[in-house]
Write a protein that binds this ligand. Sequence first.
Ligand code: SF4
Length: 324
Amino acid sequence: MRKRVGIPRALLYYKYYRFWKTFLEGLGYEVVASGRTNQKILRNGIKHTVDESCLPVKVFCGHVLDLIERGVDYLFIPRIESVEKGNFVCTKFLGLPDIVRNSLPLTSGMSKAILSPNIDFNRRSLYRSMFSAGWGLIKNPIRIHIAYRRAKKKQRDFEEGLRLTGSPRRVIELIETGRNKKAESKGDLNIALMGHPYNVYDDFINLGIVKKLETMNVNVLTQEMVSCQESRKKSSRASSDLYWTYGRETLGASLIFLKRAVDGIIFVISFPCGPDSLTIDYAIREINGQVPILSLVLDEHQAEAGIMTRLESFIDLVRMRKRT
Ligand code: SF4
């Protein structure tokens, strides 16, 4: 029977699942993703993390416990250093394996079974990191090399496919199955829903914002539908010293959507996110009232009624503005 490697369906799962899955399967392992976020996962994550952690990290820890319950043999929790030359990602991505080892009630066997390669997507060290992670699982350099090449190609195809999806539902389908279908836009409004993919595509964390917008006849556009290189370039023109890559992508994509004449922009932020408190504020200043903006802050208390009321009022306002 093949050994099973668990990948938490949280945080950077939404960006690199196809890459990691292809690589691990190429080494002969079965890949298991944790279940969709639910109340139990959230509660478990909250129970075992410090209050100061941001909501997505709490949810991530809940997903790790879900995988342990599913009886996986390994956990894949890489340490992401950087994905772009000269810029960095939030430090939480660097510390994730330590957060998991020090916060969760793991057996010593499970603690040792965490695969946590240091990943820098920008350098040759990506190959070295993945090679050493692979070496821990299989002593076959040729197979590791082939698995790596395939995974890189899969990731390239995935990123190209994202741009064509046209709806968050299709993005999730592409992440989960690798199948790419283009959505038809039927709504009368185009709204850009901006924020980290782990907030935008996790229906439980965001209290079903996407579904709600779709029932209001809105075409929902997300930053994954713009090439990240294009977004980063656009953001550099606006600000050369914003150094969190994912924040730069949010800023750049917002400005690109603005040029594409979206009817409004919604920012989804999770509490308490340091990088977003700066980035989103900056993006709002850059947009400078050219389209209506709504910022929604998600937290573990899940006050659905408040979020939905604000969403409905915002869409009413955008529609009224469009008619006049
Ligand atoms: S960017 Fe913000 S939400 Fe994401 S992991 Fe860092 S602190 Fe948490």
